[in-house]
Design a protein. Structure first.
Length: 61
């Protein structure tokens, strides 16, 4: 689950999609709230560790 407060220039749907893709799944939603998941639980720690880099890359886009 990804929530983004007003005034923050990050799309929650894009964050959810990118991180869920790292666990073999999918996700998305509107700009302020999204969810996702996937079947590869072994990749979850790596996906969560990548979250700061994903957020930075989406802010720069």
């Amino acid at each position: 689950v990804v929530g983004v407060p007003g005034g923050v220039d990050v799309n929650a749907g894009q964050v959810g999609s990118e991180l869920a893709g790292r666990v073999g799944g999918g996700g998305g939603g509107p700009p302020d709230f999204a969810q996702g998941g996937g079947p590869d639980a072994d990749a979850l720690d790596d996906a969560l560790a990548a979250a700061p880099d994903v957020l930075r890359s989406l802010q720069e886009a």
